[in-house]
Design a binder for this molecule. Structure first.
Ligand SMILES: NC(=O)c1ccc[n+]([C@@H]2O[C@H](COP(=O)([O-])OP(=O)(O)OC[C@H]3O[C@@H](n4cnc5c(N)ncnc54)[C@H](OP(=O)(O)O)[C@@H]3O)[C@@H](O)[C@H]2O)c1
Length: 312
């Protein structure tokens, strides 16, 4: 599988990342097969967050890491900053990018994964109460102690990203955003600019241009979803035209619909990674084929249009 140097750093990561948000549902044998298959396919980058399965996803991954994986052959990334259950039950969430919380969270992540360093730590969502000076101090402490080698952000708009970067000594190498054919918010305003259509609204401060200009790697999450976790578009009648288009283009290239959707993301010259979250090893193998093809311009735009987005 082709590799990308994350944010221009020495971290050489596969274009497809295996998201580990749902792995707490898997038994140990299935997870072992899944992770080993990912490695055989050339997927060396694994995405975690301290909240996935309330820590259970990292713990399960850590068990297999200890016995079957070679630490220096994988790129392990995790995220922190979302808190839940601290005031009145599990559902209440708030964001905490205080220095203490970032440092404590990194320690918890390392303990659960059973490793002494993370390749990449990301701040999961912007905290309205964040102070970039404090974030910078936390990054320095974690870097100096050898616990974290690189840092990134997640769900930050261009201005927020730039603000945190201004205070950080380390180059921030990644930003994660929801992106896929059904939710292409980060490209809509670029395509529909100077029109009265809804897509023309700039929702992220020109993030796509920002990351390209500053060599930050975008990691596209939930590529098959529509809305905000409303469901996946694959085989959904609401997205019949998109499914037909992906099927037809997939057939031309000898890949499945889901692989065609990932190929659509990988075709963008911003050189994004795609984080897929399947827990089904056969699907993983099928989707990995996206790396082998490159969509033409007409194919790429026709997928965009078939998902109901305007090409003015
Ligand atoms: N930074 C953030 O805020 C953020 C937010 C959300 C997610 N993420 C990251 O992104 C990763 C991916 O997210 P996701 O799991 O929501 O994304 P996804 O890959 O778009 O969706 C995967 C889900 O779709 C299901 N699915 C059904 N049919 C499928 C098919 N033909 N091909 C592929 N999947 C199919 C999968 O079920 P099966 O398991 O049965 O295949 C699984 O439940 C997460 O693991 C996490 O690492 C980050």
């Amino acid at each position: 599988m082709k590799q990308i140097n994350l944010g221009g750093s020495e971290l050489s990561a596969s274009r497809i990342v295996l998201g580990c948000m749902r792995i707490s549902q898997m038994d140990d044998a299935a997870l072992s097969k899944h992770l080993n298959t990912a490695l055989e396919l050339g997927i060396n980058n694994f995405d975690h967050a301290d909240i996935y399965g309330k820590g259970e996803c990292e713990t399960k991954f850590g068990k297999i890491l200890a016995t079957e994986l070679k630490r220096d052959e994988i790129i392990l990334q995790s995220k922190c900053g979302i808190r839940y259950g601290h005031t009145a039950g599990d559902d209440i969430e708030y964001y905490d990018l205080s220095k203490e919380h970032i440092i404590d969270s990194a320690d918890g992540i390392l303990r659960r994964l059973g490793t002494d360093y993370l390749d990449l730590l990301m701040l999961h969502r912007p905290d309205s109460l964040m102070e970039p000076e404090e974030i910078a101090e936390a990054f320095d402490r974690l870097e100096q102690s050898g616990k974290v080698r690189h840092f990134g952000l997640s769900n930050f708009n261009a201005s927020q990203f730039d603000y945190v970067q201004q205070y950080s000594r380390q180059k921030l190498v990644t930003n994660q955003m929801q992106f896929g054919p059904a939710e292409p918010k980060i490209i809509n305003s670029g395509i529909q600019t100077n029109t009265p259509f809804d897509g023309a609204a700039d929702r992220d401060g020109g993030l796509l241009d920002y990351v390209r200009r500053n060599d930050v790697t975008l990691q596209a999450w939930s590529p098959f979803h529509y809305g905000y976790f409303d469901g996946i578009f694959l085989d959904d009648a609401k997205y019949a035209a998109l499914n037909e288009k992906l099927e037809a283009i997939g057939k031309i290239h000898g890949i499945s619909k889901s692989a065609a959707a990932v190929a659509w993301i990988l075709r963008h010259p911003a050189k994004m990674q795609t984080i897929i979250g399947t827990t089904n090893t056969e699907r993983l193998k099928e989707i990995a084929k996206a790396d082998e093809i490159s969509l033409s311009r007409p194919e790429w735009y026709s997928i965009y249009e078939s998902a109901g987005h305007v090409i003015p």
